[in-house]
Each structure stands twice: as C-alpha cells, then as structure tokens.
Design a binder for this molecule. Structure first.
Ligand code: AMP
Ligand code: MG
Length: 329
C-alpha cells in the first residue's frame, strides 16, 4: 500500500527528531570542565552530560576550593598559615586533622623523608616565588633547625608544635586529599564514573563506559614520550617529579622536593609515580619515595599492600613494584 503524504511528513519529522536527539546525546555524552585550583589546572571528566552530572561537577570543584582555603600556606586565614603563626598549638578543621594524621604517619614510617615541617626551608628557596635562589649553608642549617616528624603532635583536632618558629607545609599531600574529596562528592551525588585530574595527579571513579580508563605516564625528561600506559578503574595515580617546578643555575637543576637531611632538593630520582586507592596516600608516598630513592622507597611500599610504583632513578633506570606489570597495556 503506498504511503500517503501526511504520513511521510510525520515519519520524516520523527526521523529528524530522533537524529537531533542522537546528535545532542553524542555532544553532551561527556562532561569535561577545568578550573585553576591548588595552583594547577584541575580537570573533571564525567562520561555523562545531564543536569545532575553538571551540578555534581560544580559541587566537586567547590569542595576542592574549600580544601584549598584550609590548607594553602598563601592564605593568611588557612589552618596551615594560622598554625605556622601559632606559638604552640591550634585546633584545626576535621579535614586538616585527617591530612595531618596520614602525613605524620608517612613521616614516621619514612624516617622523616616525608616532612610536614619544611615550611621555613621552602620559603627560603622561594621556588614558587619570583626569585628562586640557592641559599647559603648557614641559612639552610637555620631552616632545618628543630624540624622533623617529632616536631609536630596531633591530638584529636589539636596540632601542637615543638617550637614557635616551626612552619608547616602540606604541599606534598593536600592536593591528593582535595582529589579524594572531589571524588567523594561526585560519588555522593550518584556519579558512577569520573576522573578528577589536578595537574597530572588524578583519581578515577569506576571505569570509562564499559572499559577501564587509560592513563599515560610521561617520561620525566621528555614531555611527549610516554613511559607507560596503565589501564585502571577506580584508583589514584600520582607523580612526584623533578621537572614539575625547578630552576637551573650553572647547568644544575634545583627542584621543589627537598631532602630534609640536607635541605637541598632530593637527588635520587627523576620521577616517582604511585598507584593507590587513595590520592592522598599516593601523594604523600610519592613524595616520600622520591626522597628515599628506589631501594629504600620500594622497601617502604611493602608496608602498603596494593600500592604500586613506577620509579625513574637519577641515572634514568626504571624500577617498579611487581604488581605494576599487571596494570600496563
Ligand atoms: P609533590 O609534588 O607531591 O612531591 O610535592 C612537592 C611539594 O611538597 C613541595 O612543593 C613542597 O611544598 C612539599 N615538599 C617538598 N619536600 C617535601 C618533603 N620531603 N616532605 C613533604 N613535603 C615536601
Ligand atoms: Mg606528594
């Protein structure tokens, strides 16, 4: 039976509407938003484009901004700035106390390689400022005086300093905590798949559609070259590298990860990439392993089951935990 004209028109309209929906779905199927937070570009990706997903991403960014306001040393009213200025002790926010609890644990287990009391040393080198410089020996000795894992005590929400001039710095761990909080907010809003990436440090929620997320790990001496590609679902990948923030004098590189024993940038590694369930743990451990070097670093990681590492030592040789190979593609 031949189709009559009105029916053909209706069918065509239905077809066009369906095509428009498919196109719209395709365009909105993936949300990707970026903001400058914690001194870096934070990108949140959700393979869903609906209103609820957009609201969840906005809330996740707001949560990261809240953490930055608590833990940035540059904000005079942050917990970190107030604690550095305090004579002896300060009651901090529950989030800050949680970060100190894990940070002090990693500090103790790494024999002080990870150190939350490097604030004076960091200010001295001024790596984040306009005039980074190599301090002289007397200045370094003064900045190291009285620091170390025993110089801070946490009792509930109270943080106590062993001496008034101790300046705290959560730069090696706070970004990881902020990433964990963003993931918690997304998950709490019913999002099942997401990636929160803060300048290359990231945590994943679920998989990406039906497949795992593919994460490239860059070579520390060549930004275009990939050291490895990992396939992961729901884990964190965090890197500490000597290429992230540095200056050079007479061909020598001075970067932002300090060895608390010498007061100089740690020299055993070019980069340390860690895979863990928590971005905060991966962040703290990446900095600790970077300072300890491959042998002592891998020994420390045996205390943390399920944490995998890919280390590029100072001589360019790579070292990895046995479990890393299973994540590589
Ligand atoms: P990350 O990139 O996570 O390794 O962190 C580097 C930042 O952590 C630096 O910019 C400092 O704020 C801080 N930091 C540097 N050296 C250490 C250390 N040995 N232990 C803990 N934090 C450190
Ligand atoms: Mg770190």
């Amino acid at each position: 039976m031949p189709l009559n004209r009105p029916l053909i028109v209706v069918l065509l309209l239905v077809l066009l509407a369906a095509l428009a929906l498919v196109k719209r779905g395709g365009r909105e199927a993936e949300l990707r938003e970026g903001r400058i937070l914690l001194g870096t570009l934070v990108e949140i990706q959700v393979p869903r484009g609906d209103r609820a997903a957009r609201d969840a991403v906005t809330a996740a960014f707001a949560e990261m901004a809240r953490i930055e306001a608590l833990m940035s040393p540059h904000r005079p009213d942050s917990d970190v700035a107030r604690l550095s200025a305090a004579e002896e002790s300060l009651e901090v926010a529950p989030d800050t106390a949680e970060v100190f609890a894990l940070g002090l644990d990693v500090a103790a287990r790494s024999a002080g390689a990870f150190d939350l009391t490097l604030g004076r040393l960091k200010a001295l080198w001024d790596l984040e400022g306009d005039n980074p410089r190599v301090p002289d020996d007397a200045e370094i000795a003064a900045a190291l005086e009285g620091i170390g894992p025993g110089a801070l005590r946490l009792d509930g929400r109270w943080v106590s300093k062993a001496r008034p001039d101790l300046a705290v710095d959560l730069g090696g761990i706070a970004k990881g905590y902020a990433i964990d909080r963003a993931i918690a907010v997304l998950a709490g809003a019913g999002i099942e798949q997401a990636s929160v990436n803060a300048g290359g440090d990231l945590r994943l929620l679920g998989s990406r559609g039906a497949r795992p997320w593919r994460i490239g790990i860059r070579h520390p001496r060549s930004a275009e070259e990939l050291l490895a590609t990992l396939e992961l679902s729901g884990r964190a990948v965090v890197t500490s590298g000597d290429y992230e923030r540095f200056f050079e004098v007479d061909g020598r590189r001075y970067h932002h990860i300090f060895d608390p024993r010498s007061g100089y940038p740690a020299s055993a590694c070019q980069s340390v990439t860690l895979v863990a369930d928590s971005a905060m743990l991966a962040d703290a451990l990446a900095t600790a392993v970077f300072v300890l070097g491959p042998e002592k670093g891998l020994a420390l990681l045996t205390e943390f089951p399920g944490v995998e590492a890919l280390i590029v030592a100072a001589d360019g040789a790579t070292h990895a935990t046995p479990g890393l190979a299973e994540l590589k593609r």
